[in-house]
Ligand binder design. Structure first.
Ligand SMILES: [Zn+2]
Length: 280
């Protein structure tokens, strides 16, 4: 039984001399069990696409107006909803979906994750997802950190649950009381570039500057040749899918086959581990 013997020896060798985590794996790579979540703030692409994201909703007053504007310009976006707002306005989940938009998780109560216990972190993340599903929405796979705060336990849990954390590369600061439509427009038009992710808000109060800015930004960006898309659509245009299949650890620096050629592997600055701290 040479094969059995060889297998037993290999098994024993593996126990006695385990392959260090940084060594190249000898077996085909399996989909990763992420130890920490991954964070994306933008995506490298030549395509003139910008992802718009709206946080803190759904809101009965403002979300329908945002949807109306997006549909008018055949634009898409991702709505990072708060669980407790979904419980208040569950019908909005159907409206967001039937308008062709994407839904992401923004926590159950919008608690800053560094201010609460690991148990509460878990309740925030899973509670937010449960609220979306209970309202008829899809199980979310994108997470946005309230306030941009991450902790060690939240990063591990988000990774374990299969989330990718979505940051932003264009901060409109439309949540400020001093925000004006003109300033929001200026920020976006100045920083617009392929693959960027814009953060805006459709929840909370006083969203008029956001709505006015959006009504100007959508045609302005369209006239420059940009397509406004959801985060999911932007990711489809990237190597995200290939990278997601890579295991954690040193393989994070490996490049997908399409980019391998003769160049050595180097880290993807756009696809990084979610480390504890504030990500803004
Ligand atoms: Zn928020």
């Amino acid at each position: 039984m040479p094969n059995l013997r060889a297998a037993a020896l290999a098994l024993l060798a593996g126990v006695l001399f385990p392959i260090p985590s940084h060594a190249a794996p000898t077996q085909p790579l399996k989909p990763a069990v992420q130890r920490q979540a991954m964070l994306l703030k933008s995506v490298p692409t030549q395509a003139k696409m910008i992802a718009f994201t709206f946080d803190d909703g759904p809101n009965r007053r403002y979300t329908p107006k945002v949807l109306e504007l997006l549909q008018k310009y055949h634009a898409h976006a991702t709505f990072f909803v708060i669980g407790q707002e979904v419980v208040r306005f569950p019908e909005m989940i159907g409206k967001i979906q039937s308008a062709g938009m994407e839904i992401g998780n923004h926590g159950m109560h919008h608690k800053w994750l560094h201010k609460i216990t690991p148990d509460e972190v878990q309740q925030e993340i899973t509670g937010g997802a449960d609220a979306i599903v209970a309202a008829g929405g899809p199980k979310p796979y994108l997470y946005r950190l309230p306030g941009g705060f991450a902790t060690e336990s939240s990063s591990r849990l988000l990774g374990k649950l299969g989330y990718t954390v979505i940051g932003w590369s264009i901060d409109t600061r439309d949540w400020r009381m001093s925000a004006s439509a003109g300033r929001i427009e200026q920020i976006v038009m100045k920083q617009a570039a392929p693959g960027r992710i814009v953060i805006m808000h459709d929840g909370s109060v006083r969203r008029e500057p956001t709505l006015t800015a959006l009504s100007h930004l959508l045609p302005a960006l369209e006239s420059q040749g940009y397509r406004i898309v959801s985060v999911g659509e932007l990711l489809k245009k990237s190597d995200y899918v290939a990278l997601r299949k890579l295991p954690p650890g040193p393989c994070q620096t490996a490049r997908p086959k399409s980019q391998q050629k003769s160049k050595p592997a180097r880290p993807h600055s756009w696809f990084e581990r979610l480390l504890p701290g504030r990500h803004v």
